[in-house]
Design a protein around this ligand. Structure first.
Ligand SMILES: [Zn+2]
Ligand SMILES: [Zn+2]
Length: 130
């Protein structure tokens, strides 16, 4: 899908935002599209590869959204390595995550950590243009 198609798709839906993530395995960027469900609930239903340049130009990752985040059954997983999960590091950035994985290395800040299956994400940094 081209950039312009993506932008049009976002503009026609008000309650949509794109989350910027980075692949743990390949260090490459990707976008995750979230749609608003019930109040304060955001559902990820799509992910796509992004180049670093596009991510910077679109200013993904410069605003915070609060709420509950979950994944639709349609969510295709990381576009680079097909990991189905995501991990939000304490640095505020998000990366892809293998569901069976217990040790993570944040591809943004390089810190290592363990996945707490009980933890929930309630704030994510998202783009300013959606
Ligand atoms: Zn990945
Ligand atoms: Zn980090």
């Amino acid at each position: 899908m081209k950039d312009t198609d993506l932008r049009r798709r976002c503009e026609t839906r008000l309650n949509v935002f794109i989350l910027l993530g980075r692949c743990q395995k390949t260090d490459r960027c990707f976008g995750v599209r979230f749609e608003e469900g019930a109040s304060d609930e955001w559902i990820a239903d799509w992910a796509f590869a992004l180049t670093e340049g596009v991510a910077g130009r679109e200013r993904y990752g410069q605003k915070n959204v609060n709420g509950n985040f979950s994944f639709s059954l349609e969510y295709p997983g990381c576009p680079h390595c097909e990991n189905m999960g995501t991990f939000a590091c304490s640095c505020g950035k998000v990366s892809c995550l293998d569901a069976r994985q217990q040790n993570v290395r944040c591809p943004w800040c390089r810190s290592k950590g363990t996945v707490d299956p009980e933890s929930t994400v309630n704030q994510l940094g998202v783009g300013t243009d959606v």
